[in-house]
Design a protein around this ligand. Structure first.
Ligand code: CTP
Ligand code: MG
Length: 379
């Protein structure tokens, strides 16, 4: 039995406003669409996720999704229901979950309830009861109270036996706002399962701001450390933080021996528990010989951000008797801030000697310690 999740993301987000459609805007540094894809793709009972986008959004969707595997994009239509129709025509599956990209957070329990309900029903939708009093309105005046016990708020994802929702859509004339009503109009009993407030749709800027706050509250700050040493060997200059610092000796290393960038790279990887620099850039691999360490740092930052991490701050201490770091500190900070796309205030570079003690004191090499703070989803 094959279950596919179909995410519709071909809307223009007109009620939200702004230049970028809401599904491509970020919450906690990660695109809304990517949140929705991760929530569904990460569920063990879902075999694949496919995404419906508008014809001109290929680039936005690609960059929102990074390396996530959603097969070829399906091109949507002028209305949500047209987009769903196109999606249904493009997939092969026994069961389908149809979901709005504009609902980025889908708890796994809701998916379980929906798929369980499909064992006894041909269609199922999550819903929430209203805690507020519900009433009609006309001409800005309060109308009659509606019995709230008789009303539910209908969410997505909605789950169907694929052939049933296809047949229901074939028979349907009009532009429905969801599929449960299409199935119902076709005479199908649609099971109601408990939804979740996390599934509320992002429609207005206010919804978005609330979701951003809610998400941030679920992020924890993690700290990573890095340490690196390079020995002096041959003529200068030395490269520290991507800056050439004049010195009579240079540093020995497989790459450009940038002790400062290496330590910061490891600190960032450490904060996200994503391995270390040697694992990602093995010295045995000829492609890194003489490499500009900027590439290492940038790659580490992209890995961490791709996993939803927000890099908040890095701090490093260079340990050497010479060369003097002070005159180059500002340039190093600016360069690291540029590579990491951080405000300079979030980048600190310090230096110390070891009072002529140890290998750094004997001027045999330079050591560097670094620390990074990264906010990650608590899970
Ligand atoms: N959608 C779609 N194709 C359309 C219109 C909407 O795939 N032609 C998708 C949206 O991208 C969204 C979901 O359907 O994920 C729910 O629609 P809605 O919240 O109305 O989003 P938009 O249509 O983008 O927003 P608005 O109505 O404010 O323009
Ligand atoms: Mg719409």
């Amino acid at each position: 039995m094959k279950t596919i999740a179909l995410i519709v993301a071909a809307g223009s987000g007109s009620r939200m406003g702004g230049e970028t459609p809401k599904q491509f805007r970020t919450i906690g540094g990660k695109a809304v669409l990517a949140h929705a894809v991760d929530a569904l793709a990460g569920h063990p009972r879902i075999d694949a996720v496919r995404v419906v986008i508008s014809a001109d959004a290929q680039e936005d969707a690609r960059s929102a999704l990074g390396s996530r595997d959603v097969g070829d994009f399906i091109v949507g239509g002028a209305s949500r229901s047209e987009s769903v129709r196109n999606g249904l025509a493009a997939i092969e599956a026994d069961r389908v979950l149809i979901h709005d990209a504009a609902r980025p957070f889908c708890p796994p329990q809701v998916i379980d309830r929906l798929l369980d309900a499909l064992d006894s029903h041909q269609a199922a939708t999550p819903m929430l009861e209203s805690a507020d009093t519900l009433a009609g309105q006309s001409d800005d005046k309060l109308g009659d109270v509606v019995d709230r016990a008789a009303i539910v708020r209908v969410q997505t994802p909605q789950a169907f036996h694929t052939h049933v929702i296809r047949a229901a859509y074939d028979a349907y004339d009009g532009a429905p706002t969801d599929e449960a009503q299409v199935a119902k109009a076709f005479g199908v009993d649609v099971a109601l399962v408990e939804g979740d407030a996390m599934l509320d749709k992002l429609t207005t800027q206010g919804d978005f701001d609330r979701a951003e706050r809610q998400f941030a509250a679920n992020m924890v700050s993690r700290t990573g450390m890095g340490f690196d040493v390079h020995a002096f060997d041959g003529p200068g200059p030395v490269i520290m933080g991507g800056i050439e610092v004049p010195h009579d000796k240079g540093l020995k290393g497989h790459s450009d021996a940038d002790v400062l960038l290496h330590a910061i790279t490891d600190a960032i990887l450490g904060a996200a528990a994503m391995g270390d620099i040697g694992e990602h850039f093995p010295p045995s691999d000829p492609q890194w010989k003489g490499a500009d360490s900027e590439a290492f740092l940038l790659h580490a930052a992209q890995l961490v951000r791709g996993a939803g991490g927000i890099i908040d701050h890095v701090d490093a201490t260079l340990i050497c008797e010479a060369p003097k770091v002070g005159p180059h500190r500002a340039a190093m900070r600016a360069n690291i801030a540029r590579i990491l796309d951080l405000d300079e205030r979030a980048v600190s570079v310090k230096a110390t000697t070891t009072e002529k003690l140890g290998f750094t004191g004997r001027r045999e090499g330079i050591a560097c310690q670094a620390i990074a703070s990264v906010r990650m989803e608590a899970k």
